[in-house]
Write a protein that binds this ligand. Structure first.
Ligand code: BG6
Ligand code: MG
Length: 214
């Protein structure tokens, strides 16, 4: 086997919370009179909550905001987002993803989450994967967000594996950059395919089964 561990991004890879992020940021942007669309939302993939807010504020024309105000707005966005996450259930985990995860585990691979999100444990619980992964590295245990490799380096550490034995699965260019910076191979899916920087590209999640073989 080429790898001993697979580290999965969560949002946009294991499940799809993008629409909820969009709706929650849109609610805040509308309140502040800031232009915000799905193209800007795409730039938020893999980026931390506070860094996402800074991207949204690029179109803000009011008086400069204090750090306290920014914290307050990020909290407001997260309150709306968490309410929307409450709609998620085991139905939001596709059969393809569930079957592929089980097949990877059956091959003896260790499986981890490497997500920028502080809501990762809640999302995993909603979709029925609360106790599934061998390790969870997320926005709660890092100080630097993707493209910094910290979240993946920690995930590999939690699994007890060296970087070269791990593969990262990502839908964000920032996540592929983070894998490269952490000296890990990467598989791009969805939006990240376009950046052309990953070790391999997946057309569909189940393609991963072919990529992990020697
Ligand atoms: C990432 C998302 O997984 O988590 C980003 O791709 C998001 O869009 C980031 O900003 C932080 O999420 P949270 O849940 O901590 O606000
Ligand atoms: Mg993602």
């Amino acid at each position: 086997m080429k790898y001993e561990g697979i580290i999965f991004d969560l949002d946009g890879v294991i499940c799809h919370t993008d629409e909820y992020h969009y709706q929650a940021w849109k609610t805040l942007a509308d309140k502040l009179g800031i232009y915000f669309d799905r193209e800007i939302n795409n730039r938020l993939r893999g980026v931390s909550r506070m860094a996402s807010l800074e991207i949204i504020l690029e179109c803000y024309e009011g008086a400069p905001l204090t750090d306290e105000q920014k914290e307050q707005y990020a909290t407001e966005k997260n309150d709306v987002y968490k309410k929307l996450l409450g709609n998620m259930s085991e139905k939001d985990l596709s059969k393809e993803v569930a079957d592929t995860l089980n097949a990877l585990r059956a091959k003896g691979l260790k499986l981890a989450i490497g997500s920028s999100s502080k809501n990762a444990p809640y999302i995993l619980e909603r979709i029925g994967l609360g106790n599934f992964f061998d390790a969870v590295s997320d926005g709660n245990n890092i100080t630097h967000s993707k493209p910094d490799p910290e979240v993946f380096v920690k995930a590999a550490e939690f699994l007890g594996l060296p970087a070269e034995k791990c593969m990262v699965v990502e839908d964000a260019e920032a996540g592929i950059d983070a894998a490269i910076a952490g000296h890990m191979d990467s598989a791009a899916i969805g939006d990240a395919v376009g950046c052309g920087k990953a070790t391999c590209n997946l057309t569909t999640f189940a393609d991963l089964l072919k990529e992990v073989e020697e």
